[in-house]
Design a protein around this ligand. Structure first.
Ligand code: KIV
Ligand code: ZN
Length: 516
């Protein structure tokens, strides 16, 4: 039978220690709810003694979250343990997590305490915590830099005192996988009462090895992994939950164990944590990065379209991505283009396709990414020039701190009339689009707005893509300008012009265009 690895999530405690991340109580509760959906086994909700905010968050999460253990961190002192116990009072499954540093460097410079005193304090702390809860975890901080014989003594003593989980932190991310694996093996073989406790690992990423070290420890028999969503945490962060979980799942043949994580919730959880902490996920981040399932090379695109497993070891749906993303650009081949054209709903003859492919290649040489609107243009749908029924003459925007965003636009109609309108909005773009709606009488609902630089430097050209819902139809529009507000207005007008020129509802404009 498979061994189950307990997933201890510390996004709300160690993760929140990331420089730049700070969460309020509502945000922490939101993340805790999502972690429960993800089905983590333990949520470390905070360090209650450190602030009233942390105390309240742990308390709220302990009250609300069911079916998951909720842990509160404490130093090995009564004041901290009292605070954690109080915050966890209403938890269905409370856990008190006590830590005390054991390495020589910490004993000598930080704690100014001898080995015997460390053991005494650790035992006292665990014994005291057991008065409140059954589930006590102990962490010898900086364990990976602690002398092995001393670490063995500490671990044995805290298990005797009632610790149910002993965590072996690589606090400063110093360990190397082989060495960390031996450390865990060494503890398994030499701590006499080790069978009475779960061995946990907690790895920091200072050398980029947090996930590798955690997995090496699993090989040596560790039964719990402490990790965070997106790998956020103190300094370079902690082991990324999504990476350890997917490594265990994907390489089941090697690890022969599993977790209870609902992996389809990984993307949603990653997005929530990134939005609420403001810590953006790099595009190429394993599992949850935007590029994690995107294929750019033509050879890879061809392979994936023929058989996904040629270049994908996991399915994007399994982690919550919608599907494999084929990025069309200069490296793409015929197969990828043909596929996207079909997805857009067009069928081309071989001859038409070859012409489209030629043009696609020449545009792809000049442009980083080819969007759907470009493809539509290439295959001729857009070659019937969009008549300029409404033309932008000028615009003005006023926005900034303490200013209600206001936009004014002047449009020229095809019959030469000038229309002026101004309005306020939720932001400058919202105000601008509302002013355009007023001027054209064709209201649209913005569904998607995307801006990217198409050249580099301060005077980069901004390319704006919009998708607008007009009368229930989604219309794409695009425009380029060094002024991104102007590009936005033109992209939006582009969609309105398409509708005005083709939809029978707006024949009044079409008559003007054709002069009827
Ligand atoms: O990195 C560390 O040692 C910790 C402990 C509190 C477990 O975060
Ligand atoms: Zn840590």
């Amino acid at each position: 039978m498979d061994n189950n690895i307990t997933i201890f999530d510390t996004t709300l405690r160690d993760g929140e220690q990331s420089p730049g991340a700070s969460l309020d109580i509502h945000e922490k509760v939101q993340i805790a709810r999502q972690l429960a959906l993800l089905n983590v086994d333990v949520i470390e909700a905070g360090f209650p003694v450190t602030s009233s905010g942390d105390f309240e968050s742990v308390k709220r999460i302990a009250q609300e979250i069911r079916g998951v253990s909720v842990a509160g961190l404490a130093r090995a002192v009564e004041k901290d343990i009292d605070s954690a116990a109080k915050a966890l009072e209403k938890a269905e499954k409370p856990r008190i997590h006590i830590f005390l540093a054991t390495s020589e460097i910490h004993r000598k410079y930080k704690l100014l305490k001898a080995k015997e005193e460390i053991i005494h304090l650790a035992v006292k702390g665990v014994t005291y915590a057991r008065k409140f809860v059954d589930d006590v975890e102990f962490s010898p901080e900086d364990a990976s830099r602690t002398e092995l014989d001393f670490l063995i003594q500490v671990v044995e003593a805290v298990i005797d005192a009632g610790a149910k989980t002993v965590n072996i932190p690589d606090t400063v991310g110093y360990a190397i996988p082989d060495q960390y694996e031996s450390l865990i093996r060494g503890l398994k073989e030499n701590v006499k009462n080790i069978e009475r406790a779960v061995i946990s690992v907690h790895c920091h990423n200072d050398l980029g090895l947090a996930v590798a070290n955690s997995l090496a420890a699993v090989k040596a028999g560790a039964q719990q992994i402490e990790c965070t969503i997106n790998g956020i945490g103190e300094r370079a962060g902690n082991a990324a939950l999504e990476e350890v979980v997917m490594a265990i799942k994907t390489r089941h043949d090697f690890y022969r164990c599993s977790t209870r994580i609902h992996t389809r919730e990984l993307i949603a959880t990653s997005k929530l944590v990134s939005t609420l902490t403001g810590l953006r996920v790099q595009r190429n981040k394993a599992i949850v990065g935007e590029n994690a399932f995107a294929h750019q090379s033509g050879v890879h695109q061809d392979g994936v379209l023929k058989e996904r497993t040629t270049y994908e070891i996991m399915s994007p749906e399994d982690v919550g991505h919608l599907k494999t993303k084929i990025v069309l650009g200069k490296l793409s081949g015929r197969h990828a283009l043909k596929n996207r054209i079909r997805e857009l709903g067009y069928e081309l003859s071989e001859e038409e396709f070859e012409r489209a492919f030629e043009e696609f290649k020449s545009i792809a040489d000049k442009k980083k990414e080819i969007f759907d609107e470009d493809i539509e243009a290439i295959i001729g749908i857009e070659k019937m020039e969009v008549p300029t029924i409404f033309q932008l003459v000028s615009l003005s925007i006023s926005c900034g701190p303490n200013v209600v965003p206001t936009a004014g636009v002047r449009l020229k109609l095809h019959d030469g009339r000038i229309v002026d309108n101004a309005t306020i909005g939720d932001g400058p773009i919202d105000a601008l689009f509302k002013a355009i709606d007023l001027s054209t009488g064709i209201p649209g609902k913005l569904r998607d707005y995307n801006i990217q630089a198409v050249t580099s430097g301060k005077d980069a050209m901004g390319e704006v893509h919009v998708r607008v819902d007009i009368d229930g139809k989604i219309i794409g529009g695009r425009a380029i300008s060094t002024d991104i507000i102007e590009a936005s207005a033109k992209a939006y007008l582009n969609t309105i012009n398409k509708v005005a020129a083709t939809d029978p509802k707006y024949t009044v404009y079409q008559q003007r265009v054709t002069g009827l």
